[in-house]
Design a protein around this ligand. Structure first.
Ligand SMILES: [Zn+2]
Length: 66
């Protein structure tokens, strides 16, 4: 199980997908969405909105919701 490199939180597939999308597709260490939000100076709600947009476009980094 991957952990956030900033805060140590357990990461979900969305956290990892978001890190790859926003930082580096080839990354092997990841940040959680709250830490990514801080890193970019955005709100967590905004980052989660972006993820839903990417998911809606069919971005392969984000699994479809059942
Ligand atoms: Zn974190």
């Amino acid at each position: 199980m991957h952990k956030c490199i900033r805060c140590g939180a357990s990461l979900t597939a969305d956290d990892i997908g978001c890190h790859k999308k926003m930082i580096n597709r080839a990354a092997e260490e990841f940040m959680c969405i709250p830490c990514l939000s801080k890193h970019f100076g955005a709100t967590e709600a905004r980052v989660r909105e972006l993820i839903e947009e990417y998911r809606a476009y069919g971005c392969t980094l984000f699994a479809k919701k059942e």
